[in-house]
Design a protein around this ligand. Structure first.
Ligand SMILES: [Zn+2]
Length: 440
């Protein structure tokens, strides 16, 4: 790690290209756009009404069969791993991937076309430090397919991969540090390869209309079929490394660590990404300050009550501990035995009702929305909660730190917030809340 901080990067300008989609065989145009600091990578469906966006985050993972599919609500994008690998490995942290179909153009089955378009757009430094996940202890992931992934501490991002085909034919090994120059030269040109037995039934079912020997290498027995000769003698393991980079890009943070992969696949890659993201959330949760700041930065009870209309017994926020940028904030609530709900929930066994924690999340998120709107003429109404989980009971005497992060503000009518409550360094509850704005 260098002593100077590494900065986030986006694209210098917009650039795109057109091609055929793999599964439907339709013409699709992909355009990469620059995006602000901390935006991450988002896919935008220009062909749908309201042009919905999907965050390239592991929480949005929907399917890992053959390719990686992400989605939010009913909106999906398929086969995201090659464009994500190219963006991530070429050093792009923030970008919008706009498409007029549900998957990117497949190109030649490698990441080369995406690298080309990134180079045409250029990569530009931004004014915020990059976010890294430093591997502190080894993590591992095993799948029924025989895939084994191990993540070890390292000062750089390295991948050592062993690929093996049926009966261990085409066993290949490669180990490298992933840098933009190495990726462009050694990994990006490696094409998708498939086993004939696997694709035959898909072809019969017409599920890969855009698939051809122009965008995939087909292995049949010992024969290797493709339009163009192999680009590397070990092209298969290189493509496996490409897929690992693309799937781990869903973590959102850059990784300082060494991935040791044996027979990897999208399923196992995604499970590792999920484990890393979970560990990152845990680390974020325990980095909450122990002493409460006063004055600038937070809100005391009076200030909270000037914003929230809630009063006893429904005010679920004692104070706002602090804001992080425009989109994150942490509130605090001390849970006393005098809370009225403990009388009935339950007599002799006081446990804070989960719905009161959801109410606390909604109140903290409302303060965030209020600050963002900077106007008091409109008020945010709590509309729905998704993915609500209660992980641990909250007892009298606990102090809850309530985290809220705005993940989506669609137009100025709807907003979405990802929230979680933390007690004693553990996440006790979480949920995704939707709000709508109405004039007062
Ligand atoms: Zn692939």
């Amino acid at each position: 790690m260098s002593s100077t901080p590494e900065f986030q990067h986006t694209l210098g300008k917009a650039a795109g290209f057109s091609g055929t989609s793999l599964h439907k065989g339709e013409k699709v145009t992909l355009k990469l756009h620059p995006a602000p600091v901390d935006h991450g990578i988002k896919f935008k469906r220009k062909d749908l009404q309201d042009e919905p966006t999907i965050d390239a985050k592991i929480d949005n993972l929907k399917m890992v069969e053959r390719a990686t599919t992400i989605g939010e609500g009913s909106v999906r994008v398929h086969t995201v791993e090659h464009v994500l690998a190219a963006l991530f490995a070429m050093g792009v942290d923030n970008a919008i991937v706009e498409m007029d179909a549900n998957e990117p153009p497949i190109g030649d089955g490698s990441a080369q076309p995406y690298v080309d378009v990134i180079k045409r757009a250029g990569v530009a430094a931004q004014e915020a430090p990059r976010k890294f996940f430093d591997v502190r202890e080894s993590m591992h992931m095993e799948a029924k397919t025989g895939a084994l992934l191990i993540l070890l501490p390292d000062k750089t991002f390295r991948i050592s991969c062993t690929q093996a085909g049926p009966n261990n034919r085409f066993t290949q090994f490669l180990s490298m540090e992933v840098t933009p120059a190495i990726f462009e030269r050694e990994i990006a040109p490696a094409r998708t390869f498939v086993y004939y037995e696997d694709v035959q039934s898909l072809m019969d079912k017409n599920l890969i209309k855009g698939g051809s020997l122009e965008n995939a290498i087909v292995v049949r027995g010992d024969a290797v079929l493709s339009k163009e000769p192999l680009r590397f003698t070990d092209e298969f393991v290189r493509h496996k490394i490409l897929d690992i980079i693309g799937d781990l890009a869903l973590v959102g943070h850059r990784i300082h660590g060494h991935v040791v992969a044996v027979k990897p696949g999208h399923g196992a890659n995604a499970e590792l990404a999920r484990a890393v993201a979970r560990e990152q959330t845990r680390r974020d949760a325990i980095s909450v300050p122990r002493t409460l700041p006063t004055g600038e930065g937070g809100f005391n009870t009076d200030e909270v009550m000037q914003i929230l209309p809630h009063r006893y017994p429904f005010l679920m926020v004692d104070r706002i501990v602090g804001f992080e940028g425009e989109t994150k904030c942490i509130g605090m609530k001390t849970v006393s035995i005098n809370e009225p709900f403990f009388q009935g929930h339950f007599p002799g066994h006081p446990v804070m009702p989960g719905v009161m924690q959801v109410e606390a999340m909604a109140q903290v998120a409302s303060i965030l929305l209020f600050k963002l709107a900077k106007t008091s003429s409109r008020v945010g109404y709590f509309m729905s909660a998704d993915e609500v989980k209660f992980r641990k009971p909250v007892f009298p005497g606990d102090t809850i730190f309530i985290h809220a992060e705005l993940t989506k503000a669609r137009g100025n009518r709807l907003a979405k917030a990802k929230c979680h409550c933390v007690v004693n360094d553990a996440v006790v509850s979480e949920g995704e809340l939707m709000f709508t704005f109405l004039d007062r």
